[in-house]
Design a binder for this molecule. Structure first.
Ligand SMILES: O=P(O)(O)OP(=O)(O)OP(=O)(O)OC[C@H]1O[C@@H](n2cnc3c(O)ncnc32)[C@H](O)[C@@H]1O
Ligand SMILES: [Mg+2]
Length: 197
């Protein structure tokens, strides 16, 4: 089976990419499979595109193979787009999913349902030795719930209610999430590239 390296150490992302890539007959490997420790790439960009390209290009240069990276996050309208590119470290440098979503809920205290619109964003960058990097952006629109609910998924899923649903992303099965997610919407734009590689 064809293999693709995803430059991430996020187990939640790896799990989703493994399932999403199955239908393309591609086996996903990640930095979690590497024996030697590859240092974290510093996400110094101010856009998802910049950070995704940084991660993909850095790891592609280290391994000298084509590499995909995902930079993603949650944009909340009432918070002027925050946490956005800072989603992973919103509540501090330790990358704590629960602390991050608690911070969002605190900031939205008293904000009524109709003003809790949000979107998940996923930008996938493809870096290949000797070629220019390109990126694809997928989104998933919804709103922020009042309390964390559900056990599936990862990150902000327990507080994100996708449009047309009355359950949080963490209450959806993996298949249900993968049918509508920002990650899937970004990945489906790679179909042409996947066919050609
Ligand atoms: O950079 P890598 O190593 O890929 O892993 P990361 O966890 O640092 O990933 P990002 O920098 O892209 O930050 C993404 C943030 O957005 C959150 N996030 C991304 N996709 C999500 C999803 O599908 N559901 C819930 N939260 C998500 C995630 O929990 C992080 O807090
Ligand atoms: Mg990161």
């Amino acid at each position: 089976m064809k293999k693709i390296m995803i430059a991430t150490k996020n187990e939640g992302k790896v799990k989703e990419f493994k399932q999403l890539f199955l239908k393309y007959g591609v086996d996903v490997i990640s930095l979690l499979d590497m024996e030697e420790d590859i240092p974290d790439v510093e996400e110094t960009g101010t856009t998802f595109e910049q950070n995704a390209a940084l991660k993909a290009e850095t790891i592609s240069a280290v391994l000298n193979i084509p590499v995909i990276a995902d930079d993603s996050g949650l944009e909340i309208r009432a918070l002027e787009g925050r946490p956005g590119v800072y989603s992973a470290r919103y509540a501090g440098t330790s990358k704590n999913d629960r602390a991050n979503l608690d911070k969002v809920l605190t900031e939205l205290t008293g904000v009524p349902d109709e003003n809790r619109m949000a979107r998940f964003v996923c930008v996938i960058a493809v870096a290949q030795p000797g070629k220019s990097t390109f990126t694809k952006r997928g989104t998933c629109e919804g709103k922020i719930g009042l309390h964390p609910t559900g056990k599936h998924g990862f990150g902000y899923d327990p507080i994100f209610i996708p449009n047309e649903y009355n359950r949080t992303m963490a209450q959806l099965s993996a298949d249900e999430k993968n049918a509508i997610s920002h990650r899937r919407n970004a990945l489906s734009q790679l179909e042409d590239w996947l066919r050609r590689t």
